[in-house]
Design a protein around this ligand. Structure first.
Ligand code: XIL
Length: 346
């Protein structure tokens, strides 16, 4: 096989998140690569509340329309992300004109209008929506977001109901990070089961997949694939990237190659990525994709959070402005050793 989508066509969709430049025709090389390699796309930012619905009565649909058109033109599986989240949601959503918190009823109505307007517009065109993003804490309890504080626990149920009403045919996902952690895995199982007990059909659980070279252990990822699949839902890896740099929050990076210039304080190579680290990244991607293939009966989609290293949000997170190397393609749009390593697992 010569492309990712061909290599895994009997296993799962393979995709990438698109950024604003790609959607607005400012990155022809990036778009060409996306059209060649992938059969599903996700919107990195342009369908988040602050982008698509910045003011109470103002929707900004143009980037999203272009995004959906690109997917349709290429016959791709088109994903929506994300209807209800605590981040990248404007303050006005939760406040009245005096800046006081709105009532449960008002917030529920705003949520309903938003979901029905945005998901409704792309009815039959967006195939799968992340309905709620990141509702859980790492210990498996529900995050005390504004949604939770103002509406209460049933905001999740309501979000799924409104989304189902907006488009009865589309897939509805619960999406989160660190779902490999045992306590968070258990929390996600409880959450989805409780929705199912209320008669809500959850179609899938999205494991974001922002990983490091050494963490998480693949056994933990595998345990979550199985636990979620046992709920009768699809499992997708929705935002895959593998950071080779150490993360100040404790996530281990690759072994530092001391023969290269590494800035300890900024946690970044100042002279490019050493070969030894390229190889560790390639091996890690190969191990991960071997696991995905092993469970291809349970996994529906694997989406990278960007295309080239230049696109990645990890250039700005958790430390702003550093040079990161988490993707399969380098800054010149060329496949890295990790790309070939992934293809070879097919
Ligand atoms: C990130 C984007 O990649 C950045 O461009 C943006 O500044 C912040 O959000 N979890 C998610 C994604 O669900 O929406 C986030 O995307 C990354 C973490």
């Amino acid at each position: 096989p010569v492309t990712l989508k061909e290599a895994f066509k009997d296993d799962f969709y393979v995709g990438a998140a698109l950024n604003g430049r790609q959607v607005n025709n400012m990155d022809a090389q990036g778009v060409a690569l996306i059209e060649k390699e992938f059969n599903t796309i996700s919107p990195e930012n342009l369908l988040k509340w602050e982008s698509v619905h910045p003011q109470p009565d103002a929707y900004n649909f143009e980037p999203a329309d272009n995004y959906v058109a690109l997917g349709e033109k290429n016959d791709m599986f088109v994903v929506g992300h994300a209807l209800v989240w605590h981040n990248q949601t404007p303050k006005w959503v939760f406040e009245d004109e005096q800046g006081n918190p709105v009532s449960r009823e008002v917030l529920l109505k705003r949520m309903e209008d938003h979901i029905k307007t945005v998901a409704g517009r792309y009815k039959g065109k967006i195939d799968s929506w992340d309905v709620v993003n990141e509702a859980l804490n790492d210990d498996g309890t529900l995050r005390q977001s504004k949604w939770m504080q103002i509406i209460g626990e049933d905001y999740l149920q309501k979000a799924f109901e409104f989304a189902r009403q907006a488009d009865p045919e589309m897939e509805l996902y619960y999406n989160d990070y660190n779902l490999w952690k045992p306590e968070k895995r258990a929390g996600a199982v409880r959450l989805v089961r409780s929705l199912q007990e209320k008669g809500i059909k959850v179609d899938g659980i999205g494991m974001q997949g922002h990983y490091g070279i050494k963490s998480p252990a693949l056994e933990e990822v595998e345990a979550s694939i199985k636990a979620f699949s046992d709920l009768g839902v699809k499992v997708s890896f929705t935002e895959v990237d593998i950071d080779v740099l150490p993360n100040p929050s404790g996530r281990a990076g690759a072994d530092i190659d001391a023969t290269f210039d590494f800035d300890e304080k900024f946690n970044v190579y100042t002279t490019g990525l050493p070969d030894s680290v390229q190889q560790q990244l390639a091996q890690r991607y190969a191990d991960l994709f071997a696991l995905f293939r092993k469970h291809s009966d349970k996994i529906d989609r694997v989406t990278f959070w960007g295309v080239t290293d230049n696109d990645s949000w990890l250039n700005n997170w958790p430390i702003r402005g550093r040079t990161s190397y988490p993707m399969l393609f380098d800054r010149q749009y060329q496949p890295k050793p990790a790309y070939n390593a992934v293809l070879e697992t097919a």
